[in-house]
Design a protein around this ligand. Structure first.
Ligand code: B12
Length: 507
């Protein structure tokens, strides 16, 4: 069959994400004998025209839409992307009768709700490779794909959905550069993205990784396979910057270590970064191995630096482990961005102070790491099938009728929102190393920054320079001037409306 895959994600800022998921599916479909084309809308200026010319020249028999982000997951400054995806579906419908299949992490999180909202034909949740190929086989035979794990469809308005089995034991290279023009991403500061495993065995209360997205069972890619993918990208496509996109890169640690050791032994050199590092067991020896492999930066996701909150978030971490990782980092030259989720279950003003004190001491006051940063996000997004959903339901933040596409949030009832937002804003005014969710407002400007930075040979990923930029804003008084003045009121109104809707629905 002729299969057109479309990457609908158009976030073209310094966090631009090459459509690696769509590339996985494209490689699998091509491997099954289909004729495949991937249309990447990320940097396309005239979307309607790009769609029209691709559909008329390729004449697809099936169209698959990769939907990564439902929204920006930011309570201080929310943006939804569902409307954009709906427009793409409508535009495709006007051009062809080919069935439309939704996939990607956005589709996995809310399969039924997204299928209804976008009025597509099918939805695929979880791993796309085997499921999409199985779906194509059914469609090629003219059958309605009933009962396939991970596939959903609407029949007379009723959702028929079989949850994904996450049975794909291992997975191969998505051959990203075969499908995607990586030049544009690289100019924005983004890298070639690599996944070394799927599944997450942690138990964080809010998280969807071990549920809808990847399941709990760890599916590790053989280290030799991972390094062969990197080597091919270096040698064949001249790529020098890579980013690992695992949920948690350094767990299981032995698998991660083997990948790093293989990279160290390789004759070529490249630069690496990763999101989703846990501070657990991040000691000097492991950091040296990372450095030797070519790591210069990474993101760490402890979420809190208060023991009671780490417990209630289900992180399985203690502050002393965070502090140990911070002191192992002292004296090194890594750039580290720490992520904290403020305001989840159990958070109080005192525990916020504890986290800020940790940031002041170990991030702002760090001796050695280059440009350390801490991002403090406020509020927790509530997704179905997580333990947070049950907590939020008990406390009246969500109810049986809540639609997860409606950006549902949880904020600890022990907090006065005004005071909590002020705690974060004050920390950001005092320390250039502190970013708060509101700063995302200025992310769009990073495209311009990337163009200038690239011309002056700035090091990737470009977020490593955020602290320097903030220092300039603080010195010129601009950061105070631009601080979010009525963020607290807006959040209060949003949360009050969400709770009122739950009360109205439950009578
Ligand atoms: C790594 C990562 C990042 C990195 C990205 C680095 C980079 N250069 O790519 C960083 C930290 C920069 C980042 C930023 C953001 N991220 Co992020 N990120 C992830 C993470 C951990 C992995 C994504 C990934 O690459 N996976 C690997 C690929 C192979 O998997 P996949 O895309 O899901 O594809 C598979 C299936 O979905 C399916 N599939 C995909 N497409 C299609 C298409 C069809 C037709 C079919 C049938 C199947 C299919 O098959 C694929 C292979 O099995 C996910 C969480 C997760 N565990 O998935 C969050 C996640 C994708 N991010 C998310 C969000 C919200 C964001 C931000 C908007 C946050 C922010 N406010 O800045 C930004 C957006 C950036 C952007 N430009 O889009 C959300 C998206 C969903 C949502 N809640 O809206 C996720 C799911 C986390 C979450 N639970 O909230 N992110």
């Amino acid at each position: 069959m002729r299969v057109l895959l479309i990457n609908t994600n158009t976030r073209a800022d310094m966090t631009a994400a090459p459509p690696v998921g769509a590339a996985c599916v494209a490689t699998a479909a091509a491997g099954a004998g289909h004729e495949v084309r991937l249309l990447d809308l990320c940097f396309v200026r005239d979307r309607a025209r790009a769609l029209a010319s691709t559909v008329s020249s390729f004449r697809p028999e099936v169209v698959g839409l990769s939907i990564r982000n439902l929204e920006n997951v930011n309570l201080l400054r929310p943006i939804s992307y569902v409307g954009d995806a709906k427009t793409v579906v409508e535009e495709v419908r006007a051009l062809t009768d080919a069935p439309i299949v939704l996939g990607g992490s956005g589709a996995s999180l809310c399969p039924g709700e997204l299928l209804r909202a976008l009025r597509a034909d099918y939805v695929v949740a979880g791993d796309g490779e085997e499921t999409f190929v199985a779906l194509l086989a059914e469609l090629a035979e003219g059958r309605t794909p009933h009962g396939l794990p991970g596939v959903g469809l609407l029949e007379q308005g009723t959702l028929r959905f079989v949850p994904p089995a996450f049975s794909l034991a291992s997975f191969g290279s998505p051959q990203l550069a075969r499908w995607v023009d990586l030049g544009r991403y690289q100019r924005m500061g983004s890298s070639y993205t690599v996944q070394t495993k799927r599944g997450c065995c942690q138990h964080c209360v809010y998280c969807t990784y071990n549920q809808a997205l990847e399941g709990r069972a760890m599916r590790l890619r053989p280290p030799a396979d991972v390094v062969a993918e990197i080597e091919e990208a270096v040698r064949r496509y001249g790529i020098s910057d890579f980013e690992f996109v695992d949920s948690v890169f350094n767990e299981p640690i032995d698998h991660c270590r083997e990948i790093l050791e293989r990279i160290v032994r390789s004759p070529w050199k490249a630069r690496f970064t990763a999101m989703g590092m846990t501070p657990r067991r991040l000691d000097r020896e492991f950091l040296s191995l990372m450095w030797e492999a070519g790591f210069r930066s990474f993101m760490m996701t402890p979420d809190s630096a208060s023991d009671p909150v780490l417990r209630s978030y289900g992180k399985g971490l203690r502050v002393e482990e965070l502090a140990a990782a911070a002191s192992a980092l002292d004296g090194t030259r890594f750039t580290v961005l720490w992520f904290f989720l403020i305001g989840g279950p159990g958070e109080t003003h005192e525990t916020i102070d504890e986290t800020i004190a940790f940031v002041r001491r170990h991030v702002a006051g760090a001796k050695g790491p280059l440009h350390p940063m801490a991002h403090l996000y406020f509020g927790m997004r509530v997704y179905p099938a997580t333990r947070l959903w049950d907590v939020a339901q008990r406390e009246g933040f969500v109810g049986p009728a809540s639609n997860p596409l409606d950006a549902l949030w949880y904020v600890s009832p022990k907090l006065d929102i005004d005071r909590a937002v002020d705690q974060l804003v004050q920390a950001s005014l005092r320390h250039p190393e502190v970013g708060i969710g509101f700063d995302e407002k200025y992310l769009a400007l990073s495209g311009f920054g990337a163009a200038v930075g690239g011309a002056f040979g700035m090091v990737k990923p470009y977020w490593v320079d955020t602290a320097g930029f903030n220092r300039l804003l603080i010195a010129t008084g601009l950061r105070r001037l631009l601080r979010p003045r009525d963020a607290a009121r807006q959040i209060q109104e949003r949360i009050a409306a969400q709770r009122a809707a739950v009360r109205a629905a439950t009578g």
